[in-house]
Design a protein around this ligand. Sequence first.
Ligand code: EPU
Length: 347
Amino acid sequence: MKPFSSHWQVAQNVSLKAWNTLGLEAVARYYYAATTEAAAMAVMKEARAAGLPVLVLGGGSNLLFAADWEGLVLHMRTGGRWVVAETEDEVLIEAAAGENWHALVMWTVAQGWGGIENLALIPGTAGAAPIQNIGAYGVELKDVLDEVRVWIAGKGVVPLKNEDCAFDYRDSIFKQMPRGDFLVLAIRLRLKKQAVPNLSYYALKQYFEEKGIASPSVAEVAQAVIDIRRSKLPDPAQIGNAGSFFKNPVVERALFERLRAQYPSMPFFEVNERQVKIPAAWLIEQCGWKGKRRGAVGVHERQALVLVHYGGGTGAELWQLAKDIQKDVAARFGICLQPEVNVLGGG
Ligand code: EPU
């Protein structure tokens, strides 16, 4: 690797332990925390010109460092959220990439604006949200996203409209671009002033039925989501994790029918005429992995889709556990689980 000299205050050999919610030790050869868009783009361009691989870091909540990062980690720490435009029914807001996602949700909830209340408590930043089209409890970012302002190598800063982003389940156009070829600067969301609650997700509907609330407010929905998430997902501040480790697999109907005949209690979600989604958590639990611990890493006891790091372990150990789970699920069900987290290094 060529030595990298920057006009900016780029640090060397920086521990990333505090910057990934799995709490794994990994070292960034170069590290820069950008608090302005201009600085972020300048450092990104310098690193690219020097041939350095660039990893753009948001909240570090969807990353597994299976090895050190032999390049530049560009930590997006830009802040700010504001109203761009509003009508009688809608409000268009913009948030800088480095804004904390949950804080953004709670700000919109406090104003009574509807649209992202079901996405409360998702760890990470606003800038990372469109990359995997974050989703939970019946809502995905694509349902409210208006535009992503993004720097793209060879193109400069462009606004990408919702329809240009190729959003799909935990997927977007950004996942097709090489890492380091783009930098999300800000996102725009279109929210409703007269919110209609989305209670399509079973657990949410049940929560309000039990409480006898027919038409909950935006704040009540956010609180329900927070309560449900806290009841089954581990808090990264207490135990290292990156949320769901794998995506829920979408399988062809023929395979689904075969499995359903064998396992009548298997939960599923209809996708379209040809395909059905099966909860990865169920597949993992059936293979006996739920709550299993192996040294410093393990599978969460209340959500089999969440892999955890108890501290003192390595990314390689966690990745080995994930691969062993993949192998068992493939052998038993003929389904290949795909990681939802970004696995860096490790092969
Ligand atoms: N289940 C099990 N065992 C478990 C957990 C769940 O068998 O240990 C079964 C249950 O039958 C349940 C079904 O799996 O009905 C679905 O479980 P859950 O509602 O907990 O959701 P999920 O499909 O496991 C997805 C997202 C989560 C999101 C929740 C709620 C993915 C990969 N994960 O999980 O997102 O919070 O739905 O909408 O799509 C994340 O992406 O990091 C994340 C946490």
